[in-house]
Ligand binder design. Structure first.
Ligand SMILES: *[C@@H]1O[C@H](CO)[C@@H](O)[C@H](O)[C@H]1NC(C)=O
Ligand SMILES: *[C@@H]1O[C@H](CO)[C@@H](O)[C@H](O)[C@H]1NC(C)=O
Ligand SMILES: *[C@@H]1O[C@H](CO)[C@@H](O)[C@H](O)[C@H]1NC(C)=O
Ligand SMILES: *[C@@H]1O[C@H](CO)[C@@H](O)[C@H](O)[C@H]1NC(C)=O
Ligand SMILES: *[C@@H]1O[C@H](CO)[C@@H](O)[C@H](O)[C@H]1NC(C)=O
Ligand SMILES: *[C@@H]1O[C@H](CO)[C@@H](O)[C@H](O)[C@H]1NC(C)=O
Ligand SMILES: *[C@@H]1O[C@H](CO)[C@@H](O)[C@H](O)[C@H]1NC(C)=O
Length: 589
């Protein structure tokens, strides 16, 4: 009894101290984050104060290191907890902020007339979202929002380069966005290298079945036999041959295993295009569709003219290779929550999208997004991201200009530009190869992160690679202590798929990514069929046992920033990686 009373008294004391001892000076503004605008963005005018911003506030996750430890243990094939994934509730518990952070942020919002009914919170309460006018946001953050225009593509976004918070909140808020993040999460440009419709550029509504060339080619090194036409046209059949999954019929086509594709920025997956693809390449799947999930109001337009090219290649390859494993399509709203006016058609209140380059992202934001992927891994989700089509730089497939590699740290020096989220240590990133011999290809994104240190699972592999590089090569251009990527690679050229009713060819790491995802889903299916859990976060098992299971890519490499980039070698390298097909035996671990 006494003890209880004492504890009550103590907590009353701490409660009182929390709210009364914060001095006025602690509520005074101090700069929370200040950045140099990334190259390519020009400040236009101040933003209209009446526009509404969807302001997202991230509270620190003091137990994140515990979550990370769980993730590494349950993803380590040699650990007794391998495959024992956490539930969503368990993960939420591990990312919950301190009560004190919640209290202080709530108190701060109330000072500005924002009450609980105006706030939405994530399940773990680590994100607070409020819809407020730019005028109010500018007061709360002692900042000015501007409209910025991108010099190359003319896009507009509303951002600031500096914002402040009361000093007392600095350790209770990780970040607030949209403020300083200029990352645009562009969908990968799938098919910019070899972009043509069926009949050499003219729009072609004829849909013909993929020709079945009888000619076969025997790879002298691996002994594998592949249809010769694979060199020109990549279809489901040829991928199955190339990656040794011919005749593998998924055994557990239930919700225990699913393959998901995310759609952003109004990339809609069209069921008619999907079925045209099935008729062409996966006849047994004709008449089937996918499960649609809307994230944050994302739409499911089935208007053929609004079929997204990214969504088309992703869904057709991912679902086509894994049929009948259930396919899911998550459509995330990509339009801003306010009406864009004719002058500045803003398209910038972006969700987590496919990719961006890290130069445009403040480190706080990149870290927080990356950490959120660890939560999915801990729940047994395998997450794959394309490594990008910019080599070590940031050009589109046709743009290799060196000047696109300037840093935005204020020094204006040339630096390689690692892609994000591909360089996040909690995801598996996919690079590009060419030809059936799988030579690393020049545009394959790859390199080393400036933001994320090298995770221990790849220490040995990356060290071995770095030791092979000539002394002093690319000094200052990359961070040799950073997370190396990609983790795996796959064929990336000449995919035949269907978009807006037409057969077209696609190229890029965003074609390789759904293919690797599909192979992983098949491996997870196999594991479920023998009573094992799905694969979950892949990297620890890939690096620990992968070398035994992969076919090494030793030729080719990427380029960029006026350099030769990183060459493929024996063992791990960022210029093209492995053949995923030998993984079935590995799946027994
Ligand atoms: C707000 O920021 C401006 C600079 O933009 C600074 O001059 C001013 O002192 C700040 N106000 C407060 C209350 O800190
Ligand atoms: C990938 O590995 C498998 C299994 O060893 C092999 O049969 C196949 O030839 C390899 N693929 C290529 C393209 O080398
Ligand atoms: C595939 O194409 C590449 C490049 O055009 C060529 O070097 C290679 O010999 C071709 N392979 C086959 C089997 O035709
Ligand atoms: C389909 O989408 C196009 C392009 O957005 C639009 O012009 C057209 O009106 C839409 N058709 C229907 C039936 O909604
Ligand atoms: C390449 O970059 C330059 C310089 O920004 C630009 O003028 C050119 O249009 C770009 N080319 C392509 C194909 O994007
Ligand atoms: C960075 O350097 C390049 C070339 O030296 C120059 O064109 C560019 O204007 C510089 N940018 C800044 C922000 O100083
Ligand atoms: C990468 O490969 C190219 C072509 O074989 C070669 O010229 C270059 O020297 C290699 N670079 C390194 C760092 O080994």
């Amino acid at each position: 009894m006494f003890a209880t009373t004492l504890r009550a008294a103590l907590s009353l004391v701490s409660f009182v101290s929390l709210f009364s001892i914060i001095s006025a000076s602690e509520w005074a503004f101090a700069v929370k984050e200040s950045i140099h605008p990334p190259p390519g963005w020009v400040k236009c005018s101040s933003a209209s104060p009446d526009r509404v911003l969807r302001l997202r506030i991230a509270l620190p996750q003091p137990q994140f290191h515990v979550l990370e430890q769980h993730l590494m243990e349950i993803s380590d094939p040699d650990h007794e907890r391998y495959g024992r994934y956490l539930s969503k509730d368990q993960v939420d518990d591990l990312v919950r902020p301190y009560d004190e952070s919640l209290d202080l942020v709530t108190q701060w919002l109330e000072k500005w007339g924002i009450y609980e009914e105006d706030i939405s919170r994530s399940a773990a309460k680590d994100w607070v979202t409020v819809m407020i006018s730019i005028r109010l946001a500018e007061q709360m953050l002692n900042t000015t929002y501007y409209i910025w225009r991108h010099v190359q593509d003319g896009a507009f976004i509303i951002r600031t380069t500096e914002y402040s918070l009361p000093r007392v909140l600095h350790s209770h808020v990780d970040l607030i966005q949209p403020t300083t993040s200029f990352g645009r999460w562009k969908a990968m440009r799938t098919a910019t290298l070899d972009w043509k419709s069926d009949s050499e550029g003219s729009v072609n509504h004829r849909v013909s079945p993929a020709s079945d060339t009888p000619t076969v080619y025997k790879n002298p090194v691996s002994g594998v036999t592949v249809d010769l036409s694979c060199n020109e046209t990549v279809t489901v059949n040829r991928l199955q041959q190339l990656y040794n999954v011919v005749g593998y019929v998924p055994k557990i086509p239930t919700k225990n295993n699913r393959i998901g594709v995310t759609g952003f920025l109004e990339q809609y997956a069209n069921i008619q295009d999907l079925n045209t693809f099935y008729a062409d390449q996966v006849p047994q799947a004709v008449g089937t569709s996918f499960e649609f999930t809307s994230v944050n109001g994302g739409q499911n337009s089935q208007n053929l003219s609004e079929s997204g090219v990214e969504a088309a290649i992703d869904t057709q390859l991912a679902y086509g290779l894994t049929y009948p494993i259930p396919g899911v399509f998550w459509s995330t709203r990509g339009t801003p929550p306010f009406i864009p006016d004719a002058k500045y058609p803003e398209n910038g209140n972006e969700p987590y999208g496919d990719t961006t380059n890290k130069r445009a992202l403040p480190i706080s934001y990149a870290r927080r997004v990356c950490d959120s992927f660890a939560q999915l891994g801990a729940r047994g989700v395998s997450l794959l991201f394309a490594a990008g089509n910019g080599g070590v730089g940031d050009w589109g497939l046709q743009n290799r200009s060196e000047h696109l590699c300037f840093s935005n740290d204020g020094c204006n020096v040339t630096k390689f530009l690692p892609a994000f989220p591909a360089s996040c240590p909690y995801v598996t990133s996919v690079g590009a190869t060419n030809n059936i011999d799988e030579v690393g290809i020049f545009f394959s994104g790859g390199g080393f992160s400036d933001y994320f240190p090298r995770p221990s699972y790849q220490d040995e592999a990356v060290n071995d690679y770095l030791e092979k590089l000539p002394e002093g090569l690319y000094e200052g251009l990359y961070n040799p202590y950073g997370r190396g990527f990609p983790d795996v690679s796959a064929l990336s050229i000449g995919y035949r798929f269907f978009w807006m009713g037409n057969a077209i060819f696609g190229t890029g790491t965003s074609a390789a990514t759904p293919v690797v995802a599909a192979l992983i889903a098949l491996l997870s299916d196999y594991r479920l069929s023998v009573g094992l859990p799905t694969l979950g976060f892949l990297n620890p098992v890939l690096y620990k046992k992968g070398f035994a299971g992969f076919n090494d890519v030793t030729k080719g490499g990427n380029i960029g920033c006026g350099t030769d980039g990183f060459n493929a070698t024996e063992g791990w390298d960022p210029g093209g990686s492995f053949n995923v097909s030998r993984l079935i035996p590995l799946a027994n671990s």
